[in-house]
Design a binder for this molecule. Structure first.
Ligand code: G6P
Length: 479
């Protein structure tokens, strides 16, 4: 296939940064897409004038490439059947639970796999069509693991990077997949395969050696055709300065005050912010908190829990079950333990713009981020970035990637309810000096390793391996 496109940097991700949403009156509007992936990649795109290929969320077939706030977007169309089999099925009911420690049982269906192959091919063909000669293509996340190999076959001139935003499972779990070899070979189409943590990169290299039989040495895989593929960790981050600026703004300060007042100005506000996903440990977290209220360690005059749960993947059965479970738990806890005007838990099943999130972060004294497994968890970093007064306590799961960097958080095992209760109480009772000492250290880490540094290190590494340093891609501006 001859190069025909003009884009020097192509981002390929399942989602576009905006979603096309159909309103009750039949009209449509564009909304920002959920999740950490989109917010991390957007600054890279802006710095490079890149082209972004992705799915805009629905099943419309009439979409042409378009520009949105200065970004060149190329929509990929999925049929209703593909949404069910590729997105809800293979991506989110097979790979997602399998890669997250099987905290829910993954389902294996051959027709889902067929849809995964077909949709990956569509993304690869589109990338091949828009990329200029010798361009850089950066493919993202578990929905698109076959794209690197498919794209290489179409366009061997390209420099291809792949980044996995979620955990990569240990061999013992990955091996369950009937299509394990195809996925590994799909990823090996890339020149550089990036993961959140070093352990994930090691899992991958070990699996390639065992299952595909290629020679490996440390983080390198040697392919029979002479190519080498590198697998390494690039822990993702956030636009730390952007969040801090938002948190410092007059509007957000004012809004944070309003939030505190609206919940009755208690001594301490606990906060949870998650996509409503069973990997996030929301149920166990709220149970732990409510037990502290039952036991009288906390009371509803002094403390309140605000849980923001962003609607997510609502057609997938496990997500529906989770929603019902949380609804029931919150109802029971508030019914049993709340008082007039003083619920134990304020539960918000909704998504909010970054300004409102920054206000929640500023209003909260204790942030509870307790996933059962999480690739990184950007909410933890956003909270830290917003605490410019060096106060605020973070209770963080050991099983979030962020725990490798944010060592000064109150680290917890989210399966251990008593351990979580102790950590909540310690964070609640900690003196200001202790809280400040911890927050200061975490802020330093988050500020140094922001999303610009992440993109810079990935792209620099990807370009460094080019045979002829022909082209180069700029990282986003450091602020
Ligand atoms: C996680 C994944 C992303 C995904 C996001 C939102 O952050 O790593 O790939 O886009 O969740 O999930 P959704 O299914 O709504 O795209």
């Amino acid at each position: 296939m001859a190069p025909s496109g003009s884009a020097d940097l192509v981002i390929v991700a399942n989602r576009l940064p905006v979603d096309r949403v159909t309103l009750p009156d039949g009209s449509t509007e564009w909304r920002r897409s959920p999740g950490g992936l989109v917010s991390a990649i957007e600054p890279v795109m802006r710095a490079n004038d890149g082209t972004w290929i992705g799915w805009p969320g629905g099943t419309e077939t009439d979409l042409e490439p378009f520009e949105d706030e200065g970004l060149d977007l190329v929509p990929i169309t999925l049929t209703q059947q593909e949404v069910e089999d590729f997105y809800e099925g293979f991506a989110n009911a097979t790979l997602w639970p399998l890669y997250h420690d099987v905290v829910a049982k993954p389902e294996f269906h051959r027709e889902w796999w067929d849809a995964y192959v077909a949709v990956n091919r569509r993304f690869a063909e589109e990338a091949a069509a828009v990329a200029a000669k010798d361009a850089t293509v950066w493919v993202h996340d578990y929905q698109l693991q076959l794209v690197p190999q498919m794209l290489r076959e179409l366009r061997p001139d390209l420099r291809i990077g792949f980044y996995l935003h979620i955990p990569f499972p240990p061999a013992e779990l990955f091996q369950q997949l009937p299509w394990r070899r195809q996925l590994l070979e799909g990823l090996l189409g890339a020149d550089l395969v990036g993961f959140q943590l070093a352990g994930a990169a090691q899992n991958f290299v070990r699996l390639v050696r065992q299952r595909v039989g290629h020679k490996t040495h440390r983080d390198l895989v040697y392919l029979p055709d002479g190519r080498t593929v590198r697998a390494a960790a690039f822990p993702i981050s956030i636009d730390a300065q952007g969040f801090e600026d938002l948190a410092r703004s007059e509007e957000v300060s004012q809004r944070a005050k309003e939030i505190r007042e609206a919940v009755g100005n208690p001594r301490r506000i606990f906060l949870g912010v998650d996509r409503l996903d069973y990997t996030k440990g929301i149920y166990a977290r709220l149970r732990a908190y409510s037990e502290l209220v039952v036991e009288g360690e906390l009371n509803v005059e002094d403390a309140v829990f605000i849980q923001v749960a962003t609607p997510s993947r609502e057609q997938v059965e496990q997500y529906r079950i989770l929603r019902d479970d949380i609804d029931r738990l919150v109802g029971r806890v508030n019914g049993d333990l709340g008082k007039i005007g003083r619920p134990v838990i304020h539960y918000l099943h909704s998504s909010y713009p970054p300004e409102e999130m920054a206000a929640f972060y500023r209003a909260a004294d204790i942030m509870a981020v307790t996933p059962l497994r999480d690739g990184m968890n950007l909410v933890a970093k956003e909270y830290v970035a917003c605490r410019f007064d060096n106060d605020g306590a973070l209770v963080l799961s050991e099983f979030a990637g962020a725990a490798e960097e944010l060592r000064q958080a109150w680290l917890v095992n989210p399966h251990d309810i008593n351990g979580m209760k102790s950590a909540f109480l310690e964070a609640y009772r900690a003196d200001d000096k202790e809280v400040t000492r911890r927050m200061k250290a975490m802020r330093k880490t988050v500020k140094q390793n922001d999303v610009a540094a992440w993109a810079e290190s990935f792209l620099t590494e990807l370009e460094a391996g080019r045979p002829s340093h022909g082209k180069s891609v700029r990282p986003p501006n450091r602020s």
